[in-house]
Design a protein. Structure first.
Length: 271
């Protein structure tokens, strides 16, 4: 992320307890350094999750151009996510089209940081409807943060997974990824939605791998719709390597692990 855009209070939380923040800044400034880091981990490709949340986090629409430029250094390995927040651009639908042409592969929404609910289009938010319509037309997945946030000012009421149920009903061909699987309060909601909707997925980033089977004891039933992730370098998220090792050690079938670690993401984000 472009950390120079982040509000001081949010940046303090990101840096708290993180001894490797100097490395994080170096990777953010130099994609080739980040790729070399991924090589040491055996990670083939990475999603750079950026979004627009000017009031709470500090990210303005310029974050999209930053994300696209960063990932253009190695588009075969770096997957650019961007954001479109109604009210911050004149035409949200046109902005989605622009991002698609820029090389942005998916849209990230963060309801608790953007202070809107995923289904606000039902109450007349035509800009949000346009985001979904154009994302669906462009074949761009929408990743929606679900679960709590501890960032100053975050409005967690908006981040309940069930608010995404309407989205998959009204936009059945739109791929929706529930980030964090609703952790830690709404795991059952997320699991239900992933089972219900053919284009609903979830990622397991931000969930301690050793807790995954406790939170989702039936995760193998939806293994073809689950994406591995870390949320690194978010608050409280340790090193990527340990996350991988702990996930691989879970009492889960090899086929399910392969889908979660590789196959599902490779299908959603083909080269």
């Amino acid at each position: 992320m472009p950390y120079h855009m982040v509000k001081p209070s949010a940046l303090d939380l990101i840096k708290h307890g993180r001894k490797d923040f100097a490395d994080v800044q170096r990777y953010s400034a130099d994609p080739r350094a980040f790729l070399a880091f991924l090589d040491t981990l055996g990670v083939e490709r990475a999603g750079l999750i950026n979004y627009v949340a000017p009031k709470i986090i500090g990210f303005t629409p310029e974050v999209n151009d930053w994300s696209a430029k960063y990932c253009s250094a190695a588009p075969d390995r770096l997957i650019a996510f961007g954001g479109v927040l109604p009210g911050t651009v004149p035409d949200p639908g046109a902005e989605v089209d622009r991002l698609a042409k820029l090389g942005i592969r998916a849209i990230k929404m963060h309801p608790s940081h953007q202070v809107l609910s995923p289904n606000d289009y039902m109450d007349g938010n035509r800009g949000l409807a346009a985001v979904y319509e154009r994302a669906q037309a462009n074949g761009m997945p929408i990743m929606i943060h679900t679960g709590t946030s501890i960032f100053p000012g975050a409005r967690n009421l908006h981040a309940q997974p069930m608010l995404c149920d309407d989205v998959s009903i009204d936009y059945p061909n739109l791929v929706v990824i529930l980030a964090h699987g609703g952790r830690p309060l709404w795991m059952n909601e997320a699991f239900f939605l992933v089972r219900r909707h053919k284009n609903m997925h979830m990622d397991i980033s931000g969930i301690p791998p050793q807790k995954l089977m406790e939170y989702f004891p039936r995760i193998e039933e939806v293994a073809e719709k689950v994406l591995w992730g870390t949320d690194w370098p978010g608050p409280g998220v340790p090193a990527i390597k340990g996350n991988i090792e702990k996930f691989k050690a879970l009492p889960m079938g090899a086929a399910a692990k392969r889908k979660i670690l590789y196959d599902n993401a490779a299908r959603l984000f083909p080269r």
